[in-house]
Design a binder for this molecule. Sequence first.
Ligand code: ASN
Ligand code: ZN
Ligand code: CA
Length: 331
Amino acid sequence: LYSYEAIETGTGHTQYSGQVTLGTAPSYTLTDTARGGHKTYDLNGGTNGTGSLFTNSTDTWGNGLATNRETAAADAHYGAAVTWDFYKNELGRNGIRGDGVAAYSRVHYGNAYVNAFWSDSCFCMTYGDGAGNLKPLTSLDVAGHEMSHGLTASTAGLRYSKESGGLNEATSDILGTSVEFYAANTTDAGDYLIGEKIDIRGDGTPLRHMDKPSRDGNSADYWSSSVGRLDVHHSSGPANHFFFLLSEGSGAKTINGVSYNSPTIDGSTLTGIGRTKAYKIWYKALATYMTSSTNYAGARTATLSAATDLYGAGSAEYTAVAKAWTAINVK
Ligand code: ASN
Ligand code: ZN
Ligand code: CA
């Protein structure tokens, strides 16, 4: 008459997000039946295949420390779950492809690997353990970033070079950050910093800053005709900056205890429309109007079309989108 798969949940003790609920069916594996069947695998230092599915005799996973090999798995499994929920509840999208089917995650990739990545060919997320500093690259914003590369590939397909590549990277930072805010986790209230918990530089600084991207020493704050020559993780800067200005406005402010000071190239003073409207506009632009070759000028047009669809051509939101692009020199 019908088929039935049990939804089973356990407890994860993550490194970056505290105690969380994890999908753990059947008794007990890291399989999230409620979210498209997302599974988390242990590569155990390998660099290909799936390794082994995390399996346990109890339904408690990890202990909050990277010395326990289940901990990174708990973080990755949780990150995929929150990103899934964010897509569903905030963007109205049923999984990366909109078909209700989950990707999978792999942790403990390689040896002292200091990166994480999405792969279209495996339709999966992969996480390294970091440079022997007990900081695996499994924080929530990074998980949301990597899974959102899958979303971009399934929608606009932004080509990963030049300006479209910067927009691809920015989409992952924008949605990764939005996932972090959406979770409103007690240990992770949300910020406009990328990778602030993984200490990738060893000096406590985040990988990227959305209020003023040049704080990282490499990213552009504003669009210029040479921005497409930067690495995609730096040509993302102007679009990340656009998103901050659109969400929060310009100038100095403190949000969830983090201080920001976001400039505008034209000296304008902007008031934000809030991140919820901002990410809905970005996602609609991505899914409806952007293509593989969209550049910064095209992103302005795409987001204005999305703002018109969502809020109307004469709306305050439309005007705010136009002003935020002008403030980063996309006119
Ligand atoms: N962590 C990087 C990213 O998602 C990996 C890469 O450079 N593709 O952008
Ligand atoms: Zn990326
Ligand atoms: Ca963050």
